[in-house]
Design a protein around this ligand. Structure first.
Ligand code: HGY
Ligand code: MN
Ligand code: MN
Length: 439
């Protein structure tokens, strides 16, 4: 299937020509944008919600089919494939010294419900394209290079997320394996049903030379600046909470308003408090109630219980703490005033992190050589790179996406931007792995 050539509508004069004249080193070989877009298109057809976006929730049949397809591509590119006990997939090019610490390039294939075709998938397919082109050009890295598919990055099914990369880096809270999805299936059950035992992940996993991830920006900055790619300097910190609120179910018609303990109204006040506390914390602090489940869920029954999620993020630890404190205080106040019982569970706590200067520099040199403006920026989205950053030098390259839209079927990145981003990733990998022509 040929990719559509719909442009993003950015005219050349909007881009900021690169000022730094560097002596052009022979550029990297050319990636195949046709192969990359075809793979992205074929993969996007694996979804639980055809016609309504991409849905491949972690450890679902669709996730399994997407992974199996990707494994056929890894194998057909002569990469040796292995899967660890957390469900992470590694496709390896051995390099000149197969015993050296590997360079990792990756992202994720699981999606949010009714998401887009690029979030995660683009990074995996671009990483594979990089290794494929290096092999076709007989460019041999000094060390092994792994294309990595991290398991359950999104965390939509069990809450939290970053399961695979956290288990790989031994930063996953083991008690989270008991968390269950909407059907009562636990993380541990889901992993076990795939024959996986995350507590047996081998310890050698954290010996790595570095990590790079290409990802759509999922925000409007690059499009607004008219720049195709951005180099990520840092990623926001995140706190995830899950609230279970209990009141008293009752008859919608016969229960006077002043005799009610309605958990849904408590949830409504809490959601508004999240908005207010994020605004008070300012800067780039955000807070979101993304899920709400009401029981028993009938129009003539006052809700007896409800469950809701709270997602808090900030580029600063102080902003994150301030927003979380304000939201927790509001939760306590609302529950007391409305005679609501319940509990607040933490599903995720990740500090804001800075990405490695060495990775940023490799990406910016590659931008220079490609004649592409160098734009350093922060990420409001969480990524596996923020987990890898705890054990190795991690870097990220963003690709412009139309309208900044993501976690939405309308998510889209133009082929020419994908080509630019993948070429820059390729050049950075050649630099970072001292790749040289095969003798
Ligand atoms: O939630 C995030 O920022 C990412 O999409 N997992
Ligand atoms: Mn996502
Ligand atoms: Mn993602």
């Amino acid at each position: 299937m040929k990719h559509n050539k719909e442009a993003v509508g950015v005219t050349r004069d909007q881009t900021i020509p690169n000022q730094t004249a560097t002596t052009p080193r022979r550029g990297p070989p050319s990636i195949s944008i046709e192969r990359l877009i075809d793979r992205l298109t074929v993969l996007s057809q694996i979804t639980a919600t055809p016609g309504e976006g991409i849905t491949r929730l972690a450890f679902s049949p669709e996730d399994k089919r997407g992974r199996e397809l990707f494994i056929t591509w890894l194998t057909s590119s002569d990469l040796s494939v292995r899967e660890d006990q957390a469900g992470n997939i590694f496709g390896r090019a051995p390099g000149k010294d197969p015993g050296a610490a590997p360079m990792l390039l990756g992202s994720h294939l699981d999606t949010v419900p009714q998401g887009g075709a690029h979030d995660g998938a683009l990074g995996c397919i671009a990483a594979l394209e990089v290794l494929t082109v290096m092999s076709e050009a007989h460019l041999v890295p000094a060390c092994p290079v792994d294309v990595v598919v991290w398991a359950d990055e999104e965390g939509c099914r069990f809450g939290g997320g970053f399961l695979g990369s956290q288990i790989f880096t031994h930063t996953f809270p083991a008690e989270s394996l008991a968390r269950t999805d909407g059907e009562g299936v636990s993380y541990a059950d889901a992993l076990q049903s795939w024959g996986l035992d995350p507590l047996r992940v081998e310890t050698s996993g954290t010996r790595t030379r570095g990590y790079l991830e290409l990802h759509i920006e999922q925000g409007p900055t690059l499009e607004r600046l008219g720049i195709p790619v951005g180099i990520v300097q840092g990623i926001v910190g995140m706190v995830g909470l899950e609230l279970h609120l209990e009141g008293r179910a009752g008859h919608a018609g016969t229960t006077p308003m002043d005799a009610r303990s309605d958990p849904l109204l408590a949830a409504a006040e809490i959601a508004l408090a999240c908005e207010a506390m994020a605004q008070v914390a300012g800067n780039d602090t955000v807070a979101t109630v993304g899920t709400l489940r009401v029981e028993p869920g009938a129009s003539n029954v006052i809700p007896g219980a409800c469950d809701l999620s709270v997602d808090i993020r900030s580029g600063s630890e102080a902003g994150l703490q301030q927003a979380e404190r304000g939201i927790r205080d509001a939760i306590d106040d609302v529950m007391q005033r409305r005679r609501i019982r319940g509990r607040v569970n933490e599903t995720l706590r990740l500090p804001p992190i800075r990405l490695a200067p060495r990775m940023q520099d490799a990406l910016s040199h590659a931008c220079s050589r490609a004649g592409v403006p160098i734009h350093r920026m922060h990420s409001g989205a969480g990524h596996d790179a923020m987990i890898l950053a705890h054990v190795t030098e991690a870097g990220m390259l963003f690709v412009r996406c139309r309208g900044g839209v993501s976690h939405n079927p309308a998510e889209y990145a133009a082929p020419e931007d994908i080509r630019t981003g993948t070429q820059i990733l390729l050049d950075a990998v050649i630099q970072l792995t001292d790749a040289a022509p095969a003798l």
